[in-house]
Write a protein of this length. Sequence first.
Length: 285
Amino acid sequence: MIAPRTPAAPLTVATVQATPTPGDVAGNAVAGADLVRRAGGQGARVAVLPELYLCAYHPPVLAADPAGTDVAADSAGAVADPRLDPLRAAAREAGVTVVVGAAVRHPDGRRTIAALVVDRAGDVRVGYDKQQLWGSEADLFSPGTRGATLLIDDWRLGLGICYDGCFPEHGRAAALDGAHGYLCPSGYLVGSEHRRDLYYAARALDNTMFVVFANAVGGTDPWRFNGGAAIYDPQGRALARGADEGTAVLVATLDPATLAATRAAHSMLADRLPDQGGPRASMSG
């Protein structure tokens, strides 16, 4: 485990819920740029947009038009697609690092559900490829093979995408890498509100870290999404939460004093046993 040093200064972050248009990467990038500027106008230094935001989470379109829905990455993970120029410009102008969902085609032919990182200089790269594919996603995409941590100022922010956050081990791996927070672009369908609100609060409390959960909203059945984007403190309490409908940019400040106090009072990371396995006792009742 990396011994996490408490960041020196607060970090203001934004989580977004929005309705992208299936297959319209260029149009979604323009709309996303407006959302990033809104986040920057509220003081955010990091903005998280939903899973597959740039192409929209719509499997029929993703299957029918991979050339139109995907962005290409080079062998170093850099993305030069000119359709993303509005996002590049917004990140530079607003001074915001953007984490945004995309379908990515890699040089080796793999297609992944990715979290792109648009840095404050406007450079775009693949930050993370989703490791835990949900259901029929495996028919269209390959799983990622490694975790990733985004460094912003002196904050360490683990990256996850939607179904990743349903696995306690995924958030724990970020925490063991010294993460102070966990950023999760997601796509939760209508009807999943209970799980949506439970998983990410639990990941925050499990690991005494902040969690930033972004989600799609709206759309047409059966691909209709339920919003509820949220930012959680290290005890799993919502600092900000969106409604189940409507576009929203939600902003909160991650306070290092809150992080330090929570980890001092609730020391699960420090107290965890190195091995929970080994022989188990069995008994009859």
